[in-house]
Design a protein around this ligand. Structure first.
Ligand SMILES: NC(=O)c1ccc[n+]([C@@H]2O[C@H](COP(=O)([O-])OP(=O)(O)OC[C@H]3O[C@@H](n4cnc5c(N)ncnc54)[C@H](O)[C@@H]3O)[C@@H](O)[C@H]2O)c1
Length: 289
């Protein structure tokens, strides 16, 4: 069965309770969808719950939402450790697990097996072509890329990527879904890195080579913020995204577009050392956690 045109969505599944899965769950719940999130470890579950609660409290403190709306949003999000449970009720499932092709393929194989035959299956990958993720599936027409940006709650744009076999019904359903979330779809073509990662990774990698040559990360961020008008310099961005995620994106693009995307040795070394950014408490900046 294919995704139905104009399908009304009520239940959203999220696979992966990390940084992005949690943000996606929060914006879906805030828009009134029932959300079921799959986690793999108790630690990830705890981090996800507190990240969403903290984010909602910040929005309340800022006056963007009232306490009642924040409580309602929290109550719309449930968790499970079983992918089958996510599949049993979801109209649309967003995969947000680690950026690893084999892992994503195994998640999609499980989604194909257990999800409803008309459910839309979306990946939040930053860089892996959707056609590659779906290549071993029979339900390729229902697979699509929805590349939410970090932090999901604050960033209004979402890249929407059709794989080679994605149906028009799937695409239209996802356009309506993004509008329901209050997000602005940006249509990208299905090549590694799409638009945003393809351009940002060149910037971040080149910034790392400036550090290798002796410039301080703080000066580079200052230059890009004060001289180029970027809202956030490349190292603040790298620390937010996660160095391993950025490096993995570069590896995929180096494969398809050549050496200009080859991750700099310093970036590789820092990933190996676990200096991934905010998530580990230390990246190019120290977050003191
Ligand atoms: N971090 C960013 O800025 C950013 C932005 C846009 C897109 N993305 C993409 O979103 C995806 C997730 O990135 P993240 O930053 O949230 O990573 P993360 O490391 O914060 O979270 C990944 C989560 O996946 C979970 N997981 C691993 N295997 C799983 C499985 N089989 N089933 C269920 N959960 C599983 C892990 O427990 C972890 O909680 C990646 O594809 C990444 O490229 C990341």
């Amino acid at each position: 069965m294919t995704a139905r045109e104009g399908m009304t969505l009520t239940h959203i599944g999220v696979v992966g309770a990390g940084q992005m899965g949690s943000g996606i769950a929060q914006v879906c719940a805030a828009a009134g969808f029932d959300v079921l999130v799959q986690y793999t470890t108790e630690a990830a579950l705890g981090r996800s719950r507190s990240a969403i609660a903290n984010s909602l409290q910040k929005l309340v403190a800022r006056g963007s939402v009232d306490q009642e709306k924040a409580s309602r949003t929290m109550a719309q999000i449930r968790y499970t450790s079983e992918i089958v449970a996510v599949c049993s009720e979801a109209d649309l499932i967003v995969e947000a697990v680690y950026e690893d092709l084999d892992l994503k393929r195994s998640v999609f194989a499980a989604l194909e097996k257990h999800a409803r035959a008309d459910a839309v299956l979306a990946s939040n990958t930053s860089a892996i072509p959707i056609t590659e993720i779906s290549s071993k599936l029979t339900c390729k027409d229902r697979v699509i890329g929805l590349h939410f940006m970090n932090p999901v709650v604050l960033m209004s744009g979402v890249e929407i990527i059709r794989g080679e076999m994605t149906s028009e019904a799937t695409f239209q359903t996802c356009l309506s879904f993004l509008h329901a979330l209050g997000k602005e779809p940006v249509v990208a073509v299905d090549y590694a890195g799409f638009i945003v990662t393809r351009l940002l990774d060149v910037l971040m990698n080149e910034a790392v080579s400036l550090v290798e040559e002796g410039t301080r990360p703080e000066e580079i961020d200052k230059a890009m913020e004060l001289c180029a008008g970027h809202p956030m310099g490349p190292f603040k961005l790298l620390d937010l995204v996660g160095a391993e995620i950025a490096m993995h994106g570069m590896e995929i693009m180096a494969r398809d577009f050549g050496d200009r995307y080859k991750a700099r040795p310093l970036l590789k070394r820092r990933v190996l050392a676990g200096l991934l950014g905010k998530k580990t408490g230390r990246g190019f900046y120290d977050y003191g956690t």
